[in-house]
Design a protein around this ligand. Structure first.
Ligand SMILES: C[S@@+](CC[C@H](N)C(=O)[O-])C[C@H]1O[C@@H](n2cnc3c(N)ncnc32)[C@H](O)[C@@H]1O
Length: 262
């Protein structure tokens, strides 16, 4: 499952509505509708192929949300560090982990940190996950983030990145507000600038372009209904139009990559 970002707001939403309330509604719905098993069955996780080669060390997920990736490591003995700057997301993830009998609980920590402003904990990392986070930063900021990660990683650390690609349906460079919400749409060459070849070996990359599954569409529709309602839009025609416009061209177009620190 890819967590949905709420792009419709920058062209349809009244200005007095905050993004945060809208996101909160969305995250609550994800927690309510998607079981751990649903998240895991919909997860495309290339790290699984390299799991046996992972060095000793902690797993760090930055901007973890209700991280399907960490749920995939539910019963690991490795130290798990989940970082998000929204407490509600950390609480949801913790509840998900604690609901599983097989979870190794003592090795998990949930840190409310604002990356990259706040420092990352000092540890040896086997894996650092950036799933659906870096497109909230400009490419220049991402290059600086790459330097931080180069310092925090060690020989063999794997870095997973999932970001919206230039093919993402909301990417429209002729729109002056194109990078108002998502600050950058990526190509694999952009990621190679962030994780340069003298420091990182690229071991995996995929260009994903897919239509939403039924469960993703149903989730989005329920969220739109709730969000439009919260915005006080009662006219059924206006509501239908907003939903139709939002869902019209909606696909997921992402670049996925895994780098290994040299
Ligand atoms: C689009 S969601 C992705 C969640 C999860 N990684 C996934 O792919 O399902 C982005 C998450 O990053 C968090 N986030 C955004 N900016 C952040 C920052 N500067 N530092 C830490 N977390 C951040 C948000 O609260 C949100 O939970």
């Amino acid at each position: 499952m890819q967590v949905r970002e709420l792009e419709w707001q920058f062209y349809t939403k009244p200005k007095n509505i905050t993004m945060d309330n809208s996101m909160k509604l969305y995250w609550e719905l994800v927690f309510k509708r998607q079981t751990n098993n649903d998240l895991l069955r919909e997860l495309h996780n290339p790290i699984r192929q390299y799991e046996k080669e992972m060095i000793d060390g902690a797993i760090l997920d930055i901007g973890c949300g209700q991280s399907p990736f960490l749920l995939d490591f539910l019963s690991t003995d490795r130290e798990i560090i989940a970082i998000d700057n929204e407490q509600i997301q950390l609480d949801f993830l913790k509840k998900r982990v604690e609901s599983e009998k097989s979870a190794t609980l003592k090795n998990w920590s949930y840190l409310n940190l604002n990356f990259p402003k706040d420092d990352l904990p000092d540890s040896t990392y086997s894996l650092i996950i950036f799933s659906n986070l870096l497109h909230f930063f400009t490419l220049k900021e991402c290059v600086e983030i790459g330097k931080i990660i180069a310092n925090k990683s060690t020989k063999g650390t794997l870095i997973y990145i999932g970001v919206h690609s230039v093919k993402f349906y909301a990417n429209n460079p002729s729109n002056s507000n194109n990078n108002g919400y998502f600050k950058h749409y990526f190509t694999i060459r952009d990621l190679d600038k962030v994780f340069p070849s003298h420091l990182f070996e690229k071991i995996y990359y995929a260009d994903i372009d897919k239509s939403d599954s039924k469960s993703e569409r149903d989730l989005t529709e329920e969220w739109l209904d709730k969000d439009i309602e919260a915005d006080g839009i009662t006219d059924p025609n206006q509501r239908d139009l907003i939903k139709k416009n939002y869902l019209k061209n909606k696909r997921q177009s992402d670049v996925i990559a895994v780098y290994r620190k040299k």
